[in-house]
Design a protein. Structure first.
Length: 132
């Protein structure tokens, strides 16, 4: 039997051109390669408070983690873009993002650290889920 990696990092581009990178990756998934979840860090190092979008249970987990670490979250209702590509394959999705442009000159290490803490702690929780 093949084992699915516990964590797979994939960098995707093409969000502004219809999510072509995420769509291509999602279409290549098979039942044995399908991840437990996709966590999209979108412009997470610059801008305002962190917004989280995605499945209710994952958003609830991130809210608990944010409270535990004193990280401010913005209340939001809808997610843009790349996560739509994973709805077909049935992959759990979450986006951690900030408003504003992210460029090399605008990245704030503390803001990036906060997003990393949320994603890392969520991956730890997801790693405890037994896969079918």
């Amino acid at each position: 039997k093949s084992k699915v990696p516990a964590v797979c990092f994939a960098a995707m581009d093409g969000g502004f051109s219809g999510g072509t990178g995420a769509s291509s990756y999602a279409s290549s998934l098979t039942p044995l390669s399908q991840p437990a979840a996709v966590i999209d860090l979108h412009a997470a190092g610059a801008g305002g408070p962190i917004a989280v979008f995605g499945e209710t249970n994952l958003v609830a987990d991130v809210r608990e983690i944010a409270a535990q670490f004193g990280i401010q979250l913005e209340t939001t209702t809808a997610a843009p873009g790349d996560l739509d590509s994973f709805a077909g394959p049935g992959v759990s999705t979450l986006q951690i993002s900030r408003s504003g442009a992210e460029t090399a000159s605008t990245i704030d290490p503390e803001k990036l650290r906060e997003a990393g803490v949320l994603a890392g702690e969520l991956m730890t929780r997801l790693g405890k889920i037994t896969r079918r």
